[in-house]
Design a protein around this ligand. Structure first.
Ligand code: GLN
Length: 454
């Protein structure tokens, strides 16, 4: 009875879209066989992980949490998931997410929202969002359904959900993890990365997931560093920058206090604290919400009812009618909103006013970071401007939802490695995250600072 109650509780989180226990068991059997044969264990031998349902998995339905891809079963494996299987891991199932990774609360999924295993200690039993878009990954790890999972981060989708449920997650430098076989949202921003209980597990996962892939034109042709072996919480000689523009209006006092606590932990670990300025920070969110939808509107053109998944073919329909009917029925409201914004900002009359302007702002934001690296080695900020909010709280107001990404999008626009680690609990007993941002390719520095906080 207790077992059935636990299973029902786990299922109520709605973290998985499909379960694949046979895949995880096969990996466990392979690990046992290798051990019996006296072989050295692989880094993730037999570890049962969760796979965000944005990664194509051969023979296993891959939906991006959209109706338009329901029933789509890839005949190929994404590079990132293949690398994890090569490292010995097995898959427990495909994890729920915001539809096409568009969202910050997991409420845009066609398969229903995920809920967080956390509850406010003062607020009755109201269900909370696990954040998004990697909400299934976050909830499953926080509820101890799996020790680690993949995530993807276009504007914060690894870091913000990690912060909301009290786990760790790292978005590496753009290009570290191959995008091949990952459903595209905004190609110049999309990066895969791990989410796990702690920094060490993130390092182990990231090592397995990273590496050059000739099938992705933006993949970095660089060796994968031994991040796990290089872990050290000693911050002696490191300068930690505190960007003053992240002290935004209306930031809750508890987030401010958490940030101060993080600064103290860095000092205790031997770091020197320096105030820095990233003057274009306030333009990051508007630039992101132009660039990301623009790229999405182009990427999502492939879902036309011909090549993938669902097709709507009304009586007497011609080809155009079929496209329109398929998209009308297949895409959710938030996806349609992004496609409309994207096609608008890319249209001939508005391109210069919006898209070109946003690209210029993106360059200015990257330059802000470059200037900061002259005076500091890493940056420390809160991950999100709030703790997890209640389901439905921001759903009717897209702008309020977008504002939750204020601290995560700048590093995405600049392609920098960034991590969220748990910093403590707020007055309601909910987890809050601290974000560490590093120079390009300095995942080691980011992980080490995360370890110092942890
Ligand atoms: N919340 C952001 C958005 O909706 C980021 C999503 C992501 O990183 N995939 O675009």
């Amino acid at each position: 009875e207790a077992f059935n109650t636990a299973v029902a509780g786990a299922k109520a989180l709605n973290a998985f879209i499909v379960e694949t226990p046979e895949h995880a068991l096969a990996a466990a059997d392979a690990a046992d066989a290798a051990r019996a044969a006296g072989e050295a264990p692989k880094p993730l031998a037999g570890v049962p992980i969760g796979m965000k349902d944005l990664f194509a998995t051969k023979g296993v339905q891959t939906t991006a949490a959209s109706h338009i891809l329901e029933g789509f079963t890839p005949t190929y494996e994404s590079t990132v998931s293949q690398k994890l299987w090569d490292a010995g891991a097995g898959m427990l199932g495909k994890l729920n997410l915001d539809q096409f990774a568009m969202g910050s609360s997991n409420e845009t999924s066609f398969f229903g929202n995920v809920i967080s295993p956390w509850r406010r200690k003062d607020g009755g039993n109201a269900a909370l969002t696990p954040g998004g878009s990697s909400g299934g990954s976050a909830s499953a790890i926080a509820a101890r359904l799996c020790p680690a999972a993949t995530g993807t981060d276009t504007g914060g989708s690894i870091r913000q959900p990690a912060a909301f449920v009290g786990i760790s997650g790292i978005k590496p430098t753009y290009g570290r993890c191959s995008r091949w076989g990952t459903v595209a949202f905004a190609s110049s921003l999309d990066q895969a990365g791990p989410m796990a209980r702690d920094v060490t597990d993130c390092a182990i996962m990231l090592e397995a997931m990273s590496g050059f892939d000739p099938k992705d034109a933006t993949s970095l042709d660089l060796p994968v560093p031994a991040w796990e072996a290089g872990l050290s919480p000693d911050m002696t000689g490191k300068r930690i920058g505190i960007p003053k523009e992240y002290r935004v209006d209306g930031m809750p006092a508890e987030i401010e206090a958490l940030w101060q606590q993080g600064i103290e932990w860095m000092r205790d670990a031997g770091a020197e604290i320096v105030e820095v300025s990233l003057p274009h920070t306030k333009y990051a969110l508007p630039a992101y919400y132009i660039v990301a939808p623009a790229e999405a509107s182009s990427n999502l053109a492939r879902y036309d009812g011909v090549r993938f998944g669902q097709r709507e073919l009304p009586e007497g329909a011609n080809l155009q009618d079929m496209y329109a009917a398929t998209r009308a029925a297949g895409f959710g409201d938030e996806v349609k909103r992004r496609i409309l914004i994207g096609t608008y900002v890319l249209s001939a009359g508005f391109y210069d006013a919006y898209y070109t302007q946003a690209q210029k702002v993106r360059t200015l934001i990257a330059q802000d970071f470059e200037k900061a690296w002259a005076v500091c080695d890493l940056l420390l900020t809160p991950t999100a401007p709030s703790a997890a909010f209640a389901l439905g709280e921001k759903q009717a107001d897209p702008l309020a939802m977008y504002l939750n990404d204020v601290f995560t999008v700048p590093a995405s626009l600049a392609g920098l490695p960034a991590m969220s680690v748990p910093g403590g609990l707020d007055g309601a007993g909910l987890p809050l995250g601290l974000q560490v941002i590093g120079r390009p390719l300095d995942e080691q520095g980011v992980l080490n600072a995360g370890l110092a906080i942890e």
